[in-house]
Design a protein around this ligand. Structure first.
Ligand SMILES: CC(C)(COP(=O)(O)OP(=O)(O)OC[C@H]1O[C@@H](n2cnc3c(N)ncnc32)[C@H](O)[C@@H]1OP(=O)(O)O)[C@@H](O)C(=O)NCCC(=O)NCCS
Length: 126
């Protein structure tokens, strides 16, 4: 698995990966309206905008996108791992990558909006 900077040409595939994860994983915890809202928030156009205006990283295996994370000033967004690879350490690697980049940019504090089902994973690491 390689983690590399996202390019705007990756937006379509990132959006597809996120939508799949929302349909297979997050769907267990949220009503359809929220899933639709999140899918809309992660449209190819909106992801392309985030890549252009901020920084994004993707995890690649066999030339396919397996995870994503974005940084827009001090806000971390779009942290998603392909549904098949959940809980195998990739989310942690993506977060470490964005933290390292933020540090280089002189950002002292990062913010992340956390979906309620993930809060147990985040609390011990604050
Ligand atoms: C949330 C997500 C990005 C985490 O990535 P991951 O690759 O599955 O997580 P990792 O395997 O790197 O786990 C990192 C740590 O968090 C813990 N963790 C991961 N997901 C968790 C969850 N939902 N609840 C509680 N703990 C969790 C792991 O046990 C691990 O702890 P450890 O370091 O003490 O062993 C991924 O599960 C995902 O894409 N989920 C669906 C989309 C989503 O909810 N995105 C987040 C928006 S806030």
């Amino acid at each position: 698995m390689k983690i590399k900077k996202a390019k705007k040409q990756d937006a379509k595939e990132i959006s597809k990966m996120i939508k799949q994860t929302l349909s297979k994983i997050n769907v267990k915890h949220y009503p359809p309206e929220i899933i639709d809202y999140l899918k809309n928030k992660n449209s190819p156009e909106r992801i392309e905008k985030k890549i252009i205006e901020g920084i994004g990283y993707v995890a690649i295996e066999d030339e396919k996108i397996m995870g994503s994370v974005f940084l827009t000033s001090d806000l971390v967004t779009g942290l998603y791992v392909k549904y098949k690879l959940i809980n195998q350490g990739l989310g942690k690697e993506l977060l470490k990558t964005i933290e390292k980049k933020a540090k280089k940019l002189g950002i002292k504090k990062l913010f992340l909006n956390v979906q309620i089902v993930n809060i147990i994973g985040v609390l011990p690491n604050i």
